[in-house]
Structures are given as C-alpha cells and as structure tokens.
Ligand binder design. Structure first.
Ligand code: 6GU
Length: 384
C-alpha cells in the first residue's frame, strides 16, 4: 500500500517509521512518503493559509498548494484522499476495513479552521474522498489523526501481522462488543484475586463468563454499540436504559393484571414488583423494548445462565396482543443471545394457554426436568 501525507509539520509524522514494523516497509508492503505542503508554495513566506471570506476568527488553508500537490503526486481515480478534520465522518473499525482495501491513501492533514472547500470539491473529481474525524473533541491539527488512522488500517493488511491477529480481528468485528477484562499471573496481586472461573479450566464456563462481562461492559460504557434492531414493519427494538424503568413497570403490571383477570387461577409471582426492583434487574438483564407513537408497547429481557439464554418478561400491551409482536420480540431476544448460549429457556404460567401455544409454535418444548417457580412451567429450545 502506498501512503502519502500532506502536512505543514512533516516531523509530526516521523513516528510512522516507529509504529509500523520496519519489515513491512523493507519488504515493500508499505511505501510511505511524507510531504511538506509548503513545497508547493511560491512566495517568500511559503504561505499556506489566509483569512476567511465572509469574516470570522482564524485562518483557512489555501487551495493552491493542495491542488499542486495532488498534481505532483499524480493522484488518480482509485486512490483515496483522506482529509482529517473534526467535522468529518467518525472513523471506526468499519472505515478502517474499507480503507485497507485501497491501493493508495493520500492523507491531507488540516490545520487552522479548515481547508478551502474547493480543495475537497476538486479532490472528489480526481479520487475517492473520505473526510474523517477521530471523535468528538478538537485537536490542533489532523496529523495525530492521520497517524491513528494509518495504524488502524495498516494492521489489517494481509501479511502485516500474520493470520492469527486477523482472525481475532474478525471475531471482534463480528460480535461488535467491548473486550472482557483480562488477567495474568500472579493469581493474587495486592490482595486482589483473579476471578475463580478463569482458573477453573472449564472452557464453557469461561466462555460464558467472558460473554457476560463483554455485554456488561458494553451496556455500561457503550450502549450505542448494542444497536437497536428493527422489526419487519420497521419499528425499532431498542435497548432499555434505567430511564425506562417506570414505563417497563407500568407495562408489565398492565399485562399481568390483564392475565390475572382473564385467568384467575394463574399466579403472577412478580406482580408486586416495585420500581426499585425493576431498576435493579435492569442492571443484570439485557432488556429490549418497542415503542409505537412514543408509547412503550412491548418488552423482553434475557441473561446468560451457564450455557442457557434465560428469557423472561416477554410482554405486549394488552390492546396489541395477537398482532405477532410477542413472536417478533421473542425472535429478537433469541437472535441477540451471546455465542456461549446453546439453548433458550423460559417459563410461563401453567394456566396461560395462549402463551404456551405461542411458545410451542416458536419451537419451545416442555421441560419437566427443569425447576421453575410454583404455578409455572419451564420451556426450552435448542439454539440452531
Ligand atoms: Cl481528524 N482533526 C482535528 N483537528 N481534530 C480532531 C480530529 C481530526 N478528530 C478528532 N478531533
């Protein structure tokens, strides 16, 4: 891959030779060229910026040096010009993968208030263009961003790190979650012990623990990664947050009261659950909800119990039951089960004919061998 950098601070990019294995450069896998943008100026002061038309604070990078640089570097269709700017699209692993398939990346590192818009318009006519930002904060210039993007892209190139790393990469991209916590020797350090499960040698338990920790971390730190998915009619299924506790309590009560009235013999053990109870279980259960016209109309939750994905609280607003929303919520919670789950387990009231029929249709079978709450039956289904 050929990498060009246009910058007014070429020294800033010197670490490229440190952070990329010299091997990759020596073997010709990478061809790295750092250019001083001022080489394409013609005045005594080698001016690269000027005041903005329309007024305002700061300086704008002039178009001519960039234009001449693109010509001199023979930028052509098929190349990708990357403009690093805080107003760009957010750079992430998916973008890194896209850039990794390019033959050549030309980084144009912005400084000051930005680059004259005509440079970007022109660039789009001669090559692929990506305007990329590292995140929602402001750096003094795009050089550090160009370094970060380069490192993320180059390690994806075949032959750069060897196959093992690329396989790990794939599985990470696949589950889209944050990594679980890791530990190494010693077993106890400053009176802190390594979690017992990691010493157990029980690979299934270890995998289940790691999957749970990954999800817990992601839910806590990056709930945005647990993307809302969409029902076939386009209604989004969203992750529940603590702010949803009140509405969840109201919905489950409405459903249980309706159930109780229709079926006086069915006992609903959690009918007296409080708001505090809902808040507390929300922290432990992966919970999804559906809204229609701003109203909470459906919910479901699950958590990993050994290698079983323990599903519960499947509830649909009483006036919307029979539309298939419950079936779709069930399909969703099954689909988001972590890799460690080999079966789905749930229980329902022993007298709830309708629920039982729905679960049977969805492939669940009665499990007399599994314990459940009094007055309930346990159902399970193998994961395919
Ligand atoms: Cl790419 N450039 C600048 N100047 N600031 C940034 C950035 C880029 N990404 C985040 N902040």
């Amino acid at each position: 891959m050929r990498l060009d950098y246009l910058t007014i601070f070429p020294d800033y990019l010197a670490p490229l030779r440190l952070s990329l294995p010299g091997k990759a450069i020596d073997s010709g896998l990478l061809d790295i060229r750092v250019h001083d943008l001022r080489d394409w100026t013609h005045d005594r002061h080698r001016t690269v910026d000027d005041t903005p038309y329309g007024g305002g604070a700061g300086m704008v990078m002039k178009p001519e040096p960039f234009g001449e640089a693109f010509d001199a570097l023979e930028v052509q269709p098929g190349d990708t010009i990357v403009f690093t700017t805080p107003s760009g699209e957010r750079f992430d692993q998916r973008v890194a993968e896209e850039l990794a398939s390019s033959k050549r990346l030309v980084f144009a590192c912005g400084r000051y208030e930005g680059i004259d818009q005509r440079v970007l318009d022109h660039a789009r006519e001669i090559a692929e263009v990506r305007e990329l930002s590292l995140g929602d904060y402001v750096l003094n210039g795009g050089e550090v961003a160009a370094l970060a993007i380069t490192e993320a892209v180059v390690r994806l190139l075949p032959g750069f790190m060897g196959n093992a790393a690329s396989l790990v990469e794939e599985s990470h991209a696949e589950h889209g979650l944050l990594e679980y916590p890791v530990y190494t020797k010693p077993r106890t350090w400053q009176e802190r012990a390594v979690p017992e499960v990691l010493l157990s040698g029980d690979h299934a338990r270890i995998a289940a623990w790691r999957a749970t920790e990954s999800r817990r971390r992601t839910a806590q730190r990056r709930p945005d990664l647990l993307h809302p998915s969409v029902l076939d009619d386009g209604t989004p299924i969203q992750r529940a947050t603590p702010a949803d506790a009140g509405e969840l309590l109201t919905l489950q009560r409405a459903c249980w009261v309706a159930e109780q009235l229709a079926n006086p013999d069915v006992r609903v053990p959690a009918l007296h659950e409080s708001l505090a109870d809902v808040r507390s279980w929300l922290g432990e259960w992966e919970t999804y909800l559906v809204r229609r016209a701003d109203r909470l109309v459906g919910m479901v939750r699950a958590r990993l119990d050994g290698d079983a994905w323990d599903i519960g609280r499947l509830a649909v607003a009483p006036d919307l039951q029979g539309e298939g929303l419950g079936r779709r919520l069930l399909a969703h919670i099954e689909a988001v089960a972590p890799a460690a789950a080999t079966s789905y387990v749930l229980f329902t009231g022993a007298g709830s004919e309708r629920n039982q029929r729905m679960y049977r249709k969805a492939g669940y079978r009665l499990r007399r061998d599994l314990p459940g709450p009094e007055g309930a039956i346990v159902l399970s289904k193998r994961r395919r």
